[in-house]
Design a protein around this ligand. Structure first.
Ligand code: F6P
Length: 358
């Protein structure tokens, strides 16, 4: 008997159900003596022993469904050390108890950056783990792409497409703030895909004077409106030196709730131009996966099943140069995949006159 538990952890994204469908269908096709447990709400299900048996029929009809049919949650994670409850008590022994009680062979964990790191802690504690890379941020080390990313790019691009006509009609400056606390992959791709004029991302600190200069340059050349694609984690050159804690405090003390409102205020005051902010927020993570993500999540799902069939644990499935591969989990969990400032796509943007405010 092979016993496998599925876990979707951290922020949701498009393609989680498609990935589970890929895993479940491939496992049921290949293993006759099999039990699949679906743990509810991410690690919470493993902590509380809250799960459902997933039969073959549970994996039908979910390919196009957004979110996760199992639910998800975030746990407190102490970097590289522990997963803890509100009082700071380690939850790893509790999770291991459930793992042993259910006689599991493997946990299949679908998650973003933080989840890859916490999954490694479970592996270190002696549990067999296979992970899949999911996040709209595309910032997981060791894979060219994560599922959810392309769906979010499509949505964010569409938002900026729609903003174009109203920005043009009113000759306004618009800032569209996109998700990406640490990495600018989504903003860069959506910005290029939608014809944004200025792209601000965490990896390239901006000079606010260069931003206003770029807007003025466009006006002088006859473009009365400008569109800025701004990652939520974009930082000015002055703020790049701040620690995470200092940045958080600075935002709390500021009268502007997000970076885009702060930049918009500056533009209005210095250029005397009307500036508006649009924040699609979690809309970017919602709804059905785009066809690319359905295929990618299915490929990752069947690759995870292959690892389980071969009892090849402690690995994350990944895409490298168009091929589906797997890499050691400790490598995937070792760092964040930031957008390199010399990435070819950044040069493409510069070549067509997009400003990064640097
Ligand atoms: O999924 C990643 C991400 O979208 C980040 O870009 C964003 O900052 C974060 O999740 C917000 O998620 P939540 O509101 O669920 O904490």
């Amino acid at each position: 008997m092979t016993r496998v538990a599925l876990i979707t952890s951290g922020g949701d994204c498009q393609g989680l159900n498609a990935a589970m469908r890929g895993i479940g269908k491939a496992l049921y096709n290949r293993i006759s003596d099999l039990e699949i447990f679906g743990m509810y709400d991410g690690y919470r299900g493993l902590i509380d022993g809250d799960y459902k048996f997933m039969e073959p029929k549970d994996f039908s009809g979910i390919l196009t469904e957004g979110g996760t049919i199992l639910g998800t949650s975030r746990q407190r994670y102490i970097p590289g050390k522990d997963i803890v409850d509100e009082e700071g008590n380690s939850l790893i022994p509790v999770m291991k108890d459930t793992y042993n009680r259910l006689n599991l062979d493997c946990l299949v964990i679908m998650g973003g950056n933080g989840t890859q790191k916490s999954a490694k802690l479970l592996m270190d504690a002696g549990m067999n783990v296979v992970t899949l890379p999911k996040t709209i941020d595309n910032d997981i080390w060791g894979t060219d792409v994560t599922f959810g990313f392309q769906s979010a790019v499509d949505i964010a691009t569409n938002v900026i497409d729609y903003i174009h006509s109203t920005a043009s009609s009113h000759s306004r400056v618009f800032l569209v703030e996109l998700m990406g606390r640490d990495a600018g992959w989504l903003t860069l791709n959506a910005g290029i895909g939608s014809g944004a004029d200025i792209i601000l991302i965490p990896e390239i600190p901006y000079d606010i004077n260069k931003v206003t200069e770029a807007i003025e340059r466009r006006r002088k050349m006859g473009s009365a409106f400008s569109i800025l694609a701004v990652a939520e984690g974009a930082k000015s050159i002055d703020d790049q030196v701040l620690s995470e804690e200092e940045s958080r405090r600075r935002r709390e003390e500021s009268k502007h709730s997000t970076i885009s409102y702060e930049i918009a205020d500056h533009i209005e005051k210095t250029l005397g131009r009307e500036a508006r902010v649009t924040i699609p927020g979690h809309y970017q993570r919602g709804g059905p996966p785009c066809p690319y993500d359905r295929v990618l999540a299915t490929r990752f799902g069947t690759a995870a099943a292959e690892l389980i069939v071969n009892r090849n644990y402690g690995r994350m499935v990944a895409m490298q140069n168009g091929e589906i591969v797997s890499i050691p989990l400790e490598e995937a969990a070792s760092k964040t995949k930031f957008l390199p400032p010399d990435h070819p796509l950044i040069q493409v943007a510069r070549d067509i006159g997009i400003s990064f405010g640097d």
